[in-house]
Design a protein around this ligand. Sequence first.
Ligand SMILES: Cc1cc2nc3c(=O)[nH]c(=O)nc-3n(C[C@H](O)[C@H](O)[C@H](O)COP(=O)(O)O)c2cc1C
Length: 388
Amino acid sequence: MSNAWFETVAVAQRRAKKRLPASVYGALIAGAEAGVSIGDNLTAFDELGFRPVTAGQPAERDMATTVMGQPMSMPVIISPTGVQAVHPEGEVAVGRAGAARGVPIGLSSFASSPIESVVEANPQTFFQIYWAGDRDSMVARLGRAKDAGAVGMILTLDWSFSHGRDWGSPDIPQSMGIRTALRHAPEVMARPRWLATWLRQGKIPALGVPNFVVGDEPVPGFMDAYGVWMSTPPPTWEDVAWLREQWDGPFMVKGVHRADEARRAVDAGVTAISVSNHGGNNIDGAAAPIRVLPEIAAAVGDDIEVVIDGGIRRGSDVVKAVALGAKAVMIGRAYLWGLAVNGQAGVENVLDILRNGIDATMRGIGKGSLAELGPDDIVIPADFSPPA
Ligand SMILES: Cc1cc2nc3c(=O)[nH]c(=O)nc-3n(C[C@H](O)[C@H](O)[C@H](O)COP(=O)(O)O)c2cc1C
């Protein structure tokens, strides 16, 4: 049997591409329009350099931190992703991997596993919701998450329903019936290992959205839930403040891109913001979050916690983000590639890659703790960020 371990996230992505049916791989790549933002999320990290030290490095590096009241072994949080059909154990496997490595998970309201089983797998679970449906239904979803034991809420707001992609969008079925199965049969038959993983568990991808409803309401299909979200008018900052009031505990707004709005988030009483462009899936051309992080971190100071997501593939990316003002990062595709390739062990593999990379980078630049990291550790090109 071949060794399932991989040495970098890029290797995991290559293997995931070979393993997943084309439409599932395409749904993970996602992106919008010309893919400028997905590309910038990666190249922006590459534009940043380090200033390594030559001697006197600390013998040990401490990378533990706390975000939204949750202690974590390193400044990494599993970001919510609403994707289906990657692996039969889905977010439960991701949650277990996070728990094994001391890392919290954000669970998407479009995820395939019910929140109750994910909290069981990882007690450090934040539940993510969109501004979708009427107020009563949102409060009901918060109530279900609370009852399940979620330790924090993430409200994601950076989605603009920009659907076209120059490379074509995957066909996302509403649910899995015989006709859907037949339509997807050719691409699935070309991926026997993916199919075998499902069959071994006696499952086929269900494609339902179980966390979108409460009690004994029927589980909607992906596109039904998406339709509810799409037809809900966007919230004002007053609405955000209202929703925040409905949740007794740490609350994050995900998808902030501007310093003035970061201040609005502070005024709305949130605990944390994630500087994000939804992994390049919001409007194309949205700058890489790392470019606007310094300005946002300066605008909010210690008033709220600032995390960042988008383009994190290496431990050195995490160190760059913390040096430029983030308390932690959230990861999306990196763990999805790991999940696709090797389930829970694959996600643990990704988390180990990040941990080793953070450790090596901190050693290289002579830093023994996250608190010692700052912009002086980074070589920043003059035109890296938009003018203030
Ligand atoms: C396939 C896919 C599905 C996603 N679904 C959600 C979601 O349901 N809720 C959410 O808040 N963010 C979602 N995101 C955004 C991620 O939480 C995160 O912001 C993004 O993936 C970070 O960029 P990265 O993939 O480069 O790490 C999704 C991202 C991807 C790639």
